[in-house]
Ligand binder design. Structure first.
Ligand SMILES: NC(=O)c1ccc[n+]([C@@H]2O[C@H](COP(=O)([O-])OP(=O)(O)OC[C@H]3O[C@@H](n4cnc5c(N)ncnc54)[C@H](O)[C@@H]3O)[C@@H](O)[C@H]2O)c1
Length: 285
């Protein structure tokens, strides 16, 4: 495997990919971002530039460092632009088919020693790697949203991941300033496997105990030491995102606690997503 990560490719510059690309350029690593259109790539670069400007305004970074970081990001719509990357991190749509296709193409384009990582939340890394002739190079790097702010990255070992690829990804997570943890490729990995059913329990308790949203949040903050209440957290994550992840866990594990409570499914269907739509358990505005 590549001894040192000098150049990184990020495929998909949406919410997660742009955040990951920002982390890479801030860490001083040359980064190529691949989007499906030049316009989407440029929008992502503008968002990254904007976030880094805010850091300058808050005196967390100086202007020269900001400009150098933005200068490290190049854009491409052509996957061949990732040919000389030491590591490629995929953050495209959460669908198995497109991810499998992309990894098969990346294998053709990238050097044989390049590590290929997926940021999937709910798919199996092993399945994503199943169309690749050398699956040893494929691992999971699961960042949390928003990637520039959340300290954790789960480094996921798929069934056939090589030790080299796994440890290269772990070391790169640390180089980005994250707190990496190692785990195997099981549904939900570590945090979502625990957090999703726990949040589902909280919502079921709302109805069973007939506690108010405010009192449930106060209960978990003041009685369990949570930094924010479960309803506040669901509004922040996005009720739609949570329901989608919960359904994925339920599909794979068939444990009743994994299934999204009817109340959350109804909220997602009604567009009550939380902060991003202005209304969820609470109203924002
Ligand atoms: N949003 C979260 O909270 C979160 C957290 C952790 C992991 N993830 C995972 O990260 C991945 C991306 O999620 P997101 O929320 O950033 O999605 P998003 O919809 O914001 O971004 C996906 C981007 O990928 C682009 N894209 C699609 N196909 C592409 C291709 N073949 N090549 C290049 N670009 C392509 C799209 O144009 C879009 O901009 C998913 O696998 C998701 O499960 C999401």
């Amino acid at each position: 495997m590549a001894e040192e990560i000098r150049k990184v490719g990020v495929v998909g510059l949406g919410a997660m990919g742009a955040g990951i690309a920002q982390l890479c350029v801030e860490a001083g690593v040359e980064t190529v971002g691949r989007e499906v259109s030049a316009e989407l790539g440029e929008n992502a670069r503008d968002r990254i530039g904007h976030f880094l400007t805010r850091k300058v305004e808050k005196a967390q970074m100086d202007q020269a460092a900001r400009d150098a970081a933005v200068g490290r990001l190049s854009l491409t719509t052509d996957l061949a632009g990732l040919a000389d990357c030491d590591l490629v991190i995929e953050a495209i749509v959460e669908e198995l088919g497109p991810k499998q296709e992309l990894f098969a193409e990346l294998e053709r384009i990238c050097r044989p020693d390049a590590v290929l990582a997926t940021n999937t939340s709910a798919l199996s890394v092993t399945e994503i790697a199943s169309r690749v002739a050398s699956p040893g190079r494929v691992v999971g790097m699961h960042f949390f949203n928003p990637a520039p702010l959340m300290p954790l990255v789960e480094i996921v070992r798929a069934e056939l991941s090589s030790d080299d690829a796994f440890e290269t990804a772990y070391a790169f997570g640390a180089l980005l300033g994250k707190h990496p943890i190692r785990c195997n490729d099981t549904p939900g990995f570590v945090v979502n496997r625990i957090l999703i059913p726990l949040l589902n329990d909280c919502v079921r308790t709302l109805d069973e105990a007939r506690v108010t949203v405010e009192d449930l949040d106060a209960g978990m903050k003041h009685g369990a030491g949570w930094p924010m209440g479960p309803c506040e957290l669901l509004d922040l994550v996005g009720i739609d995102v949570h329901v989608h992840a919960s359904e994925a866990l339920w599909d794979k594990l068939r444990e009743p606690r994994m299934a999204p409570p009817a109340r959350l499914v109804a909220m997602a269907n009604a567009g009550l997503y939380g902060r991003k739509s202005g209304r969820g358990f609470y109203t924002y505005g």
